[in-house]
Structure formats: C-alpha cells, structure tokens
Design a protein around this ligand. Sequence first.
Ligand code: GLU
Length: 515
Amino acid sequence: MSERKVRVRFAPSPTGPLHMGGVRTALYNYLFAKKNNGDFILRVEDTDQNRYVSGAEDYIVKALEWSGLTIDEGPGIGGEFGPYRQSERKESYKEYADQLIKSENAYYAFDTAEDLNSMREMAKKAKMANWQYNSITRNSMKNSLTLSSEEVKRKLDNGEPYTIRIKMPRNEDVRFYDEIRGWVIVNTNNMDDKVIFKGDGMPTYHLANVVDDYKMKISHVIRGEEWLPSAPLHVLLYKYLNWEDVMPKFAHLPLILKPDGNGKLSKRDGDRLGFPVFPLQWKDPSSGEISSGYKENGYFSEAFVNMLAFLGWNPGNAKELYSIEELINDFSLERVGKSGAKFDPEKTKWFNQQHLRNKSNNELAILMQKGISHETDIAYLEGVAELMKERAVFVNELLEDDYFFSIPENFDEKTFRKKWKENSFEIMNNLKSVFEGDNEFSVSTIESNFKNFLEANSLGMGAVLPCFRLILTGKGMGPSAFAIAALLGKKEVLKRFESKTTFFNELYKEKNKVQ
Ligand code: GLU
C-alpha cells in the first residue's frame, strides 16, 4: 500500500480566544504537516451551540495568521473536503448515527434531563460515586434497549425528544498506539455510553470529530492530552463504522503547566500571573474584560512560536533559536515528551531578546518608525538600533532613550553630583573646541580626539567621560558615548555642549554657593 498523504487538522471549538496551548497544538500540527509535505487543515468544531462565543472564530484565524501558521484548507479558504465548519456539515452526521443504531452499536435514549438528574441524586444518596449511563445502568433507563420496539417507534413518530448513545461493550480492552505515549489500553468497563447525537439534530463532538476526520482523510490526529480519555471511544467508532483501515494515527501532546508546575496553565491564569496566555489581545464580548496578548505586548511572532515549540518538544541538541523553517526541518513527534511542560515567562522574554538581536538594523528601524509619531530618517533609526539592540528585549525599548531624538531635559542627579567638578566647565569647553576641529566626526576620530585630549591635559577617563555623557545624554550610563556622538552628528553635539555646559556649570555654582 502506498504511503498515505499526511493530512492533519487543527480543530478548535469557537468558545473563546485561543489559549497559547491551543496555538501550540496548531503549531505542532503545522510543523508535522509541512515537514511531511502534507496539508494543514483548520476545522471549526461548533456543534455545541450553547458554548458558541461570537468573534472567537475570527480570533482563531487571526491568531494563526499572526503566528505564521498558514492554513491549506479551512473556512473562508475552501478546499476539496469542505465545508470546514461543523455547523455547516450538520446533514452529514445523522446517517452515521443511524448506521450505528442499525448495527446495534448505538441506541435511542429517551431519558429527560430530570430523569438523569434524579438518577444522579439517587446514586449520590446511596454513596455511589459518579453515576454514569453505562452498560449496567442503561438497563434501568428509558431507551430502545429496555422499551419495546413498538414503544420506541411510537415515541419517535410522536417526535419525542431523544439522544443517541453509543452502546459500550462489556469488559473489552480497547487498544491503540499513541505516537507519543506508546500503547494505550483501556477497558470498556471504565467507559460510559456517551451521547453521540443530540435531540437538537446535532452530533456531539465525538461523532462529528470522527466522521469529519474520516471524510477529510485525516492521517494523524495531533491534539492536547485532555482528549486522551476520549480516544478509546473514537477508536471504537472507527471500528463500528468499518473505517478501521483508514483510522488516523493518534498523538496526544503533553500539558502546558503553570510556571510553578502546579497544574495546567489555564485561560484564567492570564494577566493574573503577570503574563499573557493569549497570542492576541481579547475583549470578552459579554463582560468587556480585556485579556492581554503576546502581539500587543510587543513580542515577535517568531519568538512566540519558537518558545511554544520548546514547550513539549526539543531537538535533542543545544540549539534553541529557531526560525519557523528550521522548526519544520527539525520537528518530529518522536521528540515530543510525555510529561507536562512548565511555561516560563522569563524564558519567553529571552526568546524575544534573541530574535530581536538576530534582526538587521534595517528591519528594526522599520519597526521603530511605527512606534514614533514623527517621520524619522531610517538610516538614523538603524544607528539607534545598532546602539540599543544589545540591551533591549522589545522594539519599544530601542526607543526608550529619548536623547536620540531631542536634547535631554532630565539628567542623572547622582552622576552630576559625583562627577561635575569646578573645572568641568573649562574642560568641557576645551573638549568642545577639539570636536569643532574634527571634520570627519566618526566614532574613531571622536574617540582618538578624546583620548589625545585626555593625554595632552593629563586628565583621566573618569573625570571627563561621565561629564561628556551627561552633556550628550543626561545619563550616567548607556551605549558608547563616542558612538552616540557620531550618530547625533557634529552639529547636534556642539549644540548640546553649548546649552548643557553652561547649564551644569550654573547648577554647580548654585549648589556649591558658600552659605
Ligand atoms: N474541538 C476539540 C477542541 O476544542 C478538538 C479536539 C480534537 O482535536 O479532536 O479542542
């Protein structure tokens, strides 16, 4: 048999914004597909109308777009196997539910919500933990296994509400191979008769998911660990629908844990723990509450994706910085771990910092231009980027030192107090004259002029450099003062000498007045 074409799907339910764990699932699907020349499909699982949240689907699409996970088939894009929203495929599920009834692997259940509640209550009173509709309890419920066929027919003809439940066999081992976990074996005695079709004419997640994976020719189901308990039921559905030979392979991804390792990182952890859990900002349509997003917080999507890739996977060597193309190249399910991966907000910043450093000054300058209101020369911004990039984690930090853009208004009091002396006025004026004669005004001429000046006047670095920096930037520390001077240009530097030397001298005199 020829190798099956790799087709994977990301199948979110539009019940809210996509949490970073969801983006990681999408990412692993995407990497696996692209690595194997396969297709990456987005399928929106919106069969549960009660949990539908407006704007969620749009959010999911935008989040994937921002993360660079290009969809091959999906809602709004199309493809051979559409529609890609389950609500639009409604008609295609009933026939399979009927087929399962016919083959006696499913049955009609007429129990009302009240019937089920009272069963649960009774069980609770009898101290029976977790009542379930299963191979034993179904015998005392209202269903097509306990009622006569005439009664069932009458109820159906009368349009009485019903659900369709899977008929779990008694004491059978369901076995399947998980690409990450190895063999998984679950006994059906531990499984309940899940509803697969609801009274509202919609399938439940389980049936819709299996039918669609079959119809969309999905080769691998890569999803979060929370779906592992559902997998045996899905395996049985493949068997009962006679689709075993095309059953996809399963891979259940490890959980993403809170930074302290205590439990799963949840949507609610978001801003509560001081970092975003969502790729993009989300405004809750009913409460209006805003949750922050990585994008709006200044993260590069490639850093976010790089960080996510490492939450559960590693390449088996020391390399940590990856572009998405490199991830595609190196990714494999074999190197995905079983145990939960702790989310580390500091490491996330580190990834951003590294990706920032890897960008060219020109790329950074273009991004910086977006952060400032006035038009600024790109070559100038490239110069600022060059000087600031070693210190910055985010692009906006490249713009934090405002002395690059205007004469500094504030200054560092401590540096002034410690370093500005009585003779500083004269020294700075003399230094200014030296610079006036420098027509090249490059980093190296500024530096050599400066050093010659120190030597000629028997001055130490510590007496002159801090004052020079104060004049240029108002600060006590920062990137090389020579490089800053060269970038500002001779005219600007002389201007700063003129106004600031006098300013600091006056201040000095004022502070040292004999009382
Ligand atoms: N709709 C499910 C979810 O929201 C999909 C699970 C799966 O991939 O099978 O995660």
